[in-house]
Write a protein that binds this ligand. Structure first.
Ligand code: 0O2
Length: 221
């Protein structure tokens, strides 16, 4: 990835990018393993899909300017938590907490920060579960703990966030009040939909366990 032209710490930056890229691969693999294990044990797939990205230099520079910090590699590593970001899209709200918990329990994962925008949605209606974690990356002669922002949300939350993101950029953060109000209403619908889908799924699960018991019984007699 290229740095903005005014930047002059290319070698250091390349090394830092290697760390972030490796950390993304590391977390991606761990999430994939958890999902596969879950599928094997419960015949059920808690994760719909996963995306990841490295923040663009322009976006990093903008955030540093916004925070009033000098644009140095040291400051980026120290103050920008989401240079490496991974987004996990789950089927149900309960899966979000299950995945977050399983990742947090891994002995070499440090959870540095949690923002639960599901329990406390943002004023605009945004909901998602954010964790800043640090994972160890082993190089030939050293180990470096590297930060990754993990965003976990349902399909419905993701649908809302991607439209809101487009609207935010379209109006450069100043969307008309009517549109903001409608978005907040949509966020309520998203929360309702997630709740409804979860309770339908719970009901479906009771049917399957009844069927399992029935099948076991038929095998015995
Ligand atoms: P992009 O394009 O995703 O990179 P922190 O330093 O971690 O304490 P931070 O990063 O300022 O705090 O804030 P936070 O709340 O953890 O959110 C960071 C990211 O969450 C954003 O990244 C978005 O991806 C997402 N996000 C947060 N609030 C909203 C929102 O209101 N709407 C949408 N659509 N997404 C949101 P960036 O850097 O904005 O963008």
């Amino acid at each position: 990835m290229d740095l903005p032209m005014f930047y002059n710490e290319e070698e250091e930056w390349k090394k830092v990018m290697l760390m972030y890229d490796s950390a993304l691969r590391e977390v991606n693999t761990r999430i994939e393993i958890l999902n596969n294990e879950f599928k094997l044990a419960h015949q059920y797939n808690p994760i719909e899909h996963v995306t990841s990205r490295i923040k663009t230099p322009q976006s990093i520079a903008k955030k540093m300017r916004h925070n009033g910090r000098e644009l140095t590699v040291e400051n980026i590593v120290k103050y920008i938590n989401d240079v490496a970001g991974i987004r996990i899209i789950c089927s149900f709200t309960s899966d979000i907490y299950r995945i977050a918990d399983l990742l947090a329990k891994q002995s070499d994962v440090q959870v540095l920060k949690v923002k639960d925008y599901i329990m406390c949605p943002k004023e605009n209606g945004y909901t998602s579960y954010h964790m800043i974690v640090s994972v160890p990356i082993y190089l030939s002669n050293t180990m470096i703990n590297t930060k990754v922002e993990v965003q976990i949300r349902t399909i419905a939350m993701d649908f809302w966030a991607s439209l809101e993101h487009k609207i935010y950029y379209k109006f450069e953060g100043n969307a008309p009040e009517r549109i903001r109000k409608e978005l907040r209403e949509c966020a309520d619908i998203v929360a309702f939909l997630d709740q409804k889908m979860l309770s339908i799924n719970e009901e479906v699960k009771t049917y399957s366990s009844l069927e399992d018991k029935d099948a076991q019984y038929r095998e015995i007699v």
